[in-house]
Write a protein that binds this ligand. Structure first.
Ligand code: PGA
Length: 247
């Protein structure tokens, strides 16, 4: 019933030329897909990426967008621009954006709403720092991010949002959350969504992210509340094919 999704997050890696050659190889290896597979690429790689996956079911996503339709926002990109370029998914509120660019739950919420308005699939990220986990405020932190991120979003739209739980201490560190830690938090996120939306919470895909690779994908993805992965470093390697085909 829920969409199963494996999303690559390239972050600031690969030029357009590298994009074309990487996706050409991956596309040949992937074959028919039984789940949603996408690559969230840098803005300047979008056109090359869309071109490279033409004729396949692979989707192309962006890593950020602005919440306004247009205007005096130097350096920014709108949801409409992404849509026109062929993008179908967009990561919103990644912890790197929250920490380096001061993104707040309020800003994340504006972006999620804007993405829904134009018909992009938002992947809304949440996650705690190691310190927050150790201090025992983990669930409060996640609850605040989820409630803030979904503010003002009706149930019919809420089910189009994909949530990515990414503990910050597991991102790019090689330290993956255990299957149980990841499941506990994805189940908690679903519980908060249930408080907000009732049964609709069962239709919302929740991904785990943080050092997912071809070795740990299978056990993480088989947890009941984990519907896929947001994959950083491992999405830049040919072995990403094994992450997708983890079964
Ligand atoms: P990682 O990154 O897989 O390299 O830990 C995940 C992410 O930041 O989305």
């Amino acid at each position: 019933m829920r969409r199963e999704i494996i999303a690559g997050n390239w972050k600031m890696n690969f030029t357009a030329d590298q994009t074309a050659s990487f996706l050409k190889d991956v596309k040949a290896e992937l074959g028919g897909l039984d789940k949603v597979v996408l690559f969230c690429v840098p803005y300047t790689d979008i056109l090359a990426a869309v071109e490279a996956v033409k004729g396949t079911d692979i989707q192309i996503g962006a890593q950020n967008m602005h919440y306004e339709a247009s205007g005096a926002y130097t350096g920014e990109i709108s949801a409409e621009m992404l849509l026109e370029a062929g993008v179908t998914y967009v990561i919103i509120g990644h912890s790197e954006r929250r920490s380096y660019y001061n993104e707040t739950d309020e800003g994340v919420n504006k972006k999620v709403r804007r993405a829904l308005e134009v018909g992009l699939n938002p992947i809304m990220c949440c996650g705690e720092t190691l310190q927050q986990r150790e201090e025992g405020v983990l669930k409060e932190v996640i609850r605040t991010q989820i409630v803030g991120g979904f503010a003002g979003i009706a149930a019919a739209d809420a089910k189009k949002v994909i949530v990515a739980y990414e503990p910050i201490w597991a991102i790019g560190t090689g330290v993956t959350a255990t299957d149980e830690q990841a499941e506990e938090m994805c189940a908690f996120i679903r519980q908060v969504l249930c408080e907000l939306y009732g049964d609709v919470s069962e239709e919302i895909s929740i991904l785990y992210g943080g050092s997912v690779n071809e070795k740990n994908a299978k056990s993480l993805m088989s947890m009941p509340n984990i519907d896929g992965g947001l994959v950083g470093g491992a999405s830049l390697k040919p072995s990403f094919v094994q992450v997708v085909n983890y079964e």
